[in-house]
Design a protein around this ligand. Structure first.
Ligand code: ATP
Ligand code: MG
Length: 360
């Protein structure tokens, strides 16, 4: 069964896109088939995975591709009864380059496919209306574009274990859509004072999103008794959070590597907000269990500050677990300490992948 997972935080720059990219590579290395959906009008995931040049080609609208070959080609025609929705997947650049020696699957379906994003998603977000489409129940399917896309790909024999959706830093209608479609959502957080505030906000906003869906669903069900899709959506579960971009130091007394004091302070603050603010609010959501038993207040993964390596990931279009086999662009070779950090953080992404495989 395909699991749809959204990377979500209304705070910007916390590592949603970076996590999607690196996590997809870890899941793929464990033999899982992955679809990445760029549902953010900023299109950072598309640029990071397939590169500027190829992305520009996918955006291009021609006679053959009137809506380009991005998510738009699926989403925009779905709003117009005379048009038919199309799907165009592409592959991450590094995967195309290394298909044979990295993945050993020359005759199989590629392990990671990407649905490119589109700046047009901004206009799409404006077309989606919460009051009429969701609460009144008259356009619930409009809010299920990522799910419907996955179903369409299934019909085309493209079946995935995990679909990772990258989202804008917002609570807008795109984010709602992705959450209504998702089985789980993961929340990356950075060590700063706004993060715990944002976690708190998620606890305020998510229950109201679900309440809106449930109202619409009930209205919809009275005249659509046999529809099985709508009653099964609008139930995203909190899959855990990721502490991203903190610094560590090795304490001389214990020889233990730990987060530096100020980052520990922020970590503790987020832990408290999880336990005493977010979790009670998620438990209060009716109709389904939004907070699964396997989730604790502790982060599901702790990703340290990757420094220049974060920029190299974007420049080279290569996820962390393949980075050391590429030549860095900003200096001549990877240093010993950089290689060591890459190795340790790859382990962390791998254990996040295991966590997902074992629990989701
Ligand atoms: N662990 C990390 N260490 C160092 N830099 C990081 C780390 N994670 C992400 N970054 C960098 O921080 C910036 C923001 O990361 P990213 O784009 O993944 O965040 P985001 O949450 O997707 O942002 P947005 O909300 O704008 O979509 C990027 O420049 C990225 O390279
Ligand atoms: Mg992003």
């Amino acid at each position: 069964m395909t699991k749809i997972i959204s990377l979500f935080n209304n705070k910007g720059g916390v590592g949603k896109t970076t996590t999607v990219f690196n996590l997809s590579a870890s899941l793929a290395n464990k033999g899982k088939k992955i679809l990445l959906i760029d549902f953010d009008p900023q299109c950072n995931l598309s640029i990071a995975t397939i590169g500027y040049k190829e992305f520009a080609e996918y955006l291009e609208r021609t006679k053959e591709y009137p809506f380009g070959r991005t998510i738009r080609a699926f989403a925009q025609p779905s709003l117009q009864p005379t048009q038919s929705s199309k799907t165009y997947t592409t592959q991450p650049k590094y995967q195309l380059e290394h298909q044979l020696n990295v993945f050993h699957n020359k005759d199989e379906q590629t392990l990671i496919d990407v649905i490119a994003g589109d700046f047009w998603l901004n206009s799409f977000a404006d077309v989606l209306t919460v009051g009429t489409d969701v609460v009144q129940g008259s356009g619930l399917y409009k809010f299920l574009i990522p799910f419907l896309l996955v179903e369409k790909l299934k019909e085309e024999q493209k079946v995935y274990d995990y679909v990772l959706i990258d989202l804008p830093p917002s609570f807008n209608t795109l984010v709602r859509s992705a959450l209504y479609c998702s089985d789980y959502f993961l929340v990356p957080c950075t060590p700063d004072s706004f993060s715990s505030y944002c976690v708190n906000l998620i606890g305020e906003v998510l229950p109201s999103f679900i309440e809106d869906w449930n109202q619409g669903r009930k209205r919809y069900e009275t005249s659509n008794k046999y529809d099985e899709v709508i009653p099964s959506k609008g139930q995203p579960k909190f899959g855990g959070w990721i502490f991203n971009g903190f610094d560590t130091t090795t304490y001389t007394s214990t020889k233990e590597r730990k987060e530096i004091g100020s980052d520990r302070f922020h970590l503790d603050k987020i832990l408290d907000t999880m336990k005493y603010s977010l979790f009670p609010k998620l438990r209060g959501i009716p109709y389904y269990y939004c907070l699964p038993d396997f989730v604790t207040a502790e982060p599901a993964a702790k990703i340290e500050d990757l420094n220049t390596m974060a920029a190299e990931i974007q420049k080279l279009n290569v996820p962390l677990n393949s980075l050391s086999s590429y030549k860095p662009t900003m200096f001549s070779v990877w240093s010993k300490s950089q290689k060591e950090l890459i190795r340790r953080m790859n382990q962390e992404y791998d254990s996040l992948a295991d966590y997902i495989i074992n629990n989701f």
